[in-house]
Design a protein. Structure first.
Ligand code: GLC
Ligand code: GLC
Length: 650
């Protein structure tokens, strides 16, 4: 179909619906859709050309796009226009995020409205609300087992309250991120229940088999995601007598995206979220959405095709909505979620910088930044116009998923190196102040990830337990160092709630049968607002962590140079303990240096020449406020244990 005919075809469809519309907006929608339509059609056919329902489902998809546009409110259409710019809105340095569970942070959605001032006071203006939609409490995976995509879990509130919250956030200049859990539904979702009852239409929504033959074939090459609590990738469903694919927990049934009807129905949910006013849609576990026997069933090319298809549909209907692909996979694989080939920059707008996150923990444990440095060549390939979510940790475990070659390049032996990190963060390594736990231990592969709050992993729990004030100071310095690097490196920094007040691990989850099989709950705190009030008491731990976090955020927001325009250059520090980079624009630059070791260490002042500051005689560290004379090339600039510096020219 050529452009003009697509335009005519769609405008006829809009007219047939007899819904009043604003002509100018309608034209701009038609322009967007008709210019994306060919691509949408091609991508769709590349997945579904052999499927008997391909025609009907494509027709349905077209209707959904039109309906999505017609249901988009005037206010959101205005926001779409405002968000347009030369550089994408989500790359700006004035964005700082926090991820939180509504019920554990406060109580419910209406209470959260009262807490927006707290977030704004900290400097947070981008909020990721952990899954809110209906999910069986006893088998919920923290809300990632959704039983109704459109109904807010009643203990949080209602969809109307969610909309009101979003409206209020927008009026305060805040942004919202929500999840779409695309890969699976709860076994209590209507589709799963009808499949279990034998309705063929819904059996085809999942991967269901009468015997173990195909499941066995799949499992030969599929790694276990939760090897200790939910081994294997299939679950026997007694009602249907079938084996159902359940890659994550046994109660999370994988949707079958080889069926175009599944794609279309999930696309409808995506546009529903778009029209609630969501600014960033976090696509949960996209690496898993396509399965093929004989593969790991992760990162398959068709998974990328689905994401590209989603991107082009969203771009047509709700151009202000950005997409985040939650792909916590190997570094080179993560980068592919920004699109490859002719789709570079046309897939996900954001991805988690999970590699950098884990490498910060690597450097903190070893006091050595060489593995972090070895990874940067890969990470710098991120396309212009896309950005990262940067973070020190989130609701999930910390996986050590970077490449063996990166560890080798730094001069370490990969298996032994990872072993050390696991022992260090679980507190088993002699002298380690970290208090974490291993998650997802797989005796077959010797793999394990790490659970724990930022503060506990940085040694605060240990220091308080032993009542050692100097270790408390050290742990706070580590916390702030970790946050600083994630705030200045580029991308939207997303803090995890509780970390701004130094929450320690909580072990009460062990008594809850709905949670005790999953130690990620140790680092998902229940906020005690009396404790958070202590942040106002000068000298308290809460005050020290909160105010320093607040100050980091202020510095980031005050310097547009921290916006992500692919303006990051790593510096040769010639010191294995210090990571340094320059952020720059056409006229200015800022130098950031981070000492990850427990010792004082020195860099020669030549580092400034390497950074392209040849003539500088005086500089200022905006973190400490101190001004310094620049020393001679062979003299040393000294950094204290876990100190970082943010140098500007004066
Ligand atoms: C994502 C979520 C994680 C969840 C999984 C399954 O990785 O972040 O918490 O367990 O998906 O939905
Ligand atoms: C995610 C990641 C894995 C993570 C898990 C949830 O999708 O692949 O690293 O640990 O699911 O915990």
């Amino acid at each position: 179909m050529y452009q003009e005919s697509i335009y005519q075809f769609l405008s006829q469809k809009i007219n047939d619906r007899k819904i009043p519309f604003n002509e100018e907006e309608c034209i701009s929608f038609l322009m967007r859709v008709s210019s994306n339509f060919d691509v949408i059609h091609q991508l769709y056919l590349s997945l579904y050309h052999n499927h008997p329902k391909r025609g009907d489902c494509f027709e349905a998809l077209t209707e959904i796009l039109i309906e999505g546009f017609q249901k988009r409110s005037q206010a959101l259409r205005q926001l779409d226009i405002q968000k347009k710019g030369v550089t994408p809105w989500f790359t700006r340095s004035d964005l700082v995020g926090m991820s939180l569970y509504v019920d554990r942070f406060c109580m419910n959605l209406s209470d959260l409205r009262q807490k927006l001032e707290y977030l704004l006071d900290l400097g947070v203006n981008f909020v990721h609300l952990m899954p809110l939609m209906q999910s069986p409490q006893e088998a919920s995976d923290g809300g990632y087992a959704v039983s109704d995509f459109r109904k807010v879990e009643s203990r949080f509130g209602t969809i109307e309250q969610l909309e009101a919250l979003i409206g209020e956030m927008h009026s305060k200049g805040m942004y919202l991120m929500l999840d779409i859990v695309l890969n699976h539904t709860s076994d209590q979702h209507e589709w799963a229940r009808r499949a279990s009852a034998g309705e063929q239409q819904f059996v085809e929504y999942f991967y269901m088999y009468d015997d173990r033959e195909i499941p066995n074939d799949f499992e030969k090459t599929m790694p276990d995601i939760f090897p200790d609590s939910s081994p294997g990738s299939f679950t026997f469903d007694a009602q249907s007598g079938k084996w159902v694919m359940s890659v994550f927990n046994s109660y999370q049934w994988d949707l079958n995206f080889t069926n175009p009807e599944v794609f279309v129905r999930m696309m409808e949910h995506i546009l529903f979220y778009a029209n609630l006013g969501v600014d960033v849609l976090r696509i949960d576990a996209p690496a898993f959405i396509w399965k093929k026997i004989g593969t790991t069933c992760q990162n398959l090319p068709e998974a990328h095709t689905i994401l590209q298809l989603i991107k082009h549909c969203v771009q047509s209907v709700a151009p202000g909505l950005a997409l985040l692909g939650e792909a916590i996979v190997a570094p080179a694989e993560i980068l592919k979620y920004f699109g490859t080939g002719s789709f570079v920059g046309r897939e996900c707008d954001l991805a988690y910088n999970a590699t950098q996150m884990a490498l910060q923990w690597d450097a903190l444990a070893t006091g050595d930044v060489r593995v972090m440095m070895a990874a940067q060549k890969e990470l710098l390939k991120k396309p212009f116009g896309t950005t990262w979510i940067t973070y020190t940790r989130c609701h999930d475990d910390i996986g050590l998923g970077y490449d063996d070659t990166m560890i080798q390049e730094a001069g370490f032996q990969p298996a032994r190196h990872r072993e050390f990190l696991k022992e260090y963060y679980s507190g088993k390594f002699p002298g380690s102040p970290a208090r974490g736990a291993l998650f997802g231990v797989n005796p077959k592969t010797n793999d394990a990830r790490i659970s724990g709050t930022l503060a506990s992993l940085c040694g605060l729990e240990f220091a308080l337990e032993k009542n050692r004030p100097e270790e408390v100071d050290l742990s706070i310095n580590k916390i702030i160092l970790m946050q600083a690097q994630s705030l200045f490196i580029g991308g939207i920094p997303v803090l995890f709630y509780g970390d701004e007040c130094g929450y320690l691990n909580a072990y009460s989850y062990q008594k809850d049968p709905a949670k005790n099989y999953d130690n990620r709950w140790m680092h998902r705190p229940e906020i005690n607002w009396e404790k958070n009030q202590i942040r106002k008491k000068k000298g308290s731990i809460e005050h020290r962590i909160f105010t320093q976090t607040q100050k980091l955020i202020r510095i980031r927001k005050a310097n547009s140079i921290f916006s992500d325009t692919s303006n990051l250059a790593w510096l040769p520090c010639h010191n294995i303990h210090v990571a340094g980079f320059k952020r720059y624009d056409a006229s200015e630059s800022i130098i950031c240096l981070f000492n990850f070791s427990a010792n004082k260490t020195g860099l020669t002042w030549f580092v400034l020449k390497d950074a392209g500051w040849p003539e500088q005689t005086k500089i200022r560290d905006v973190w400490s406020g101190l001004e310094t004379e620049v020393g001679k090339d062979d003299q040393h600039l000294v950094l204290n244990p876990y100190q970082f510096i943010i140098f500007v020219k004066i």
